[in-house]
Design a protein around this ligand. Structure first.
Ligand code: FES
Length: 112
């Protein structure tokens, strides 16, 4: 669906597919995307880890010492803030993030 500001939203899942505190992997326009749910908040990151392509959606979720929700890659433990994609050790935005929203019971992402 296209809106006035030109954002193209892509329907990727039902909110019922993604329980609170869980993550799922989807493919949108050929891109592997990891979607996370934290309460009513959703986050979308590149599904392939910036290090060596590990499956980010299979990582474990926690919070940083600053209280930011984050995910730890299951392969070698690189950790990223969900909202920014910042790698928590070197503070660089290594992991791409995407706009994501809930709309009428559906989860939608924008790949920009
Ligand atoms: S592939 Fe993710 S930490 Fe190495």
């Amino acid at each position: 669906m296209e809106e006035n500001n030109g954002t193209q939203w892509i329907d990727v899942a039902s909110v019922e597919d993604l329980a609170e505190g869980q993550a799922m992997e989807v493919v949108a326009q050929g891109e592997v995307i990891a979607i996370f749910r934290n309460g009513d908040q959703y986050y979308a990151l590149d599904g392939l880890c910036a290090h060596q392509g590990g499956p980010i959606a299979k990582g474990s979720c926690s919070t940083t010492d600053k209280g930011e929700p984050c995910v730890t890659c299951p392969w070698h433990g690189w950790q990223y803030e969900l909202a920014t994609g910042i790698q928590t050790i070197n503070r660089q935005p290594l992991q791409r993030t995407f706009p994501v929203r809930e709309n009428g019971g559906r989860i939608e992402v924008s790949l920009g």
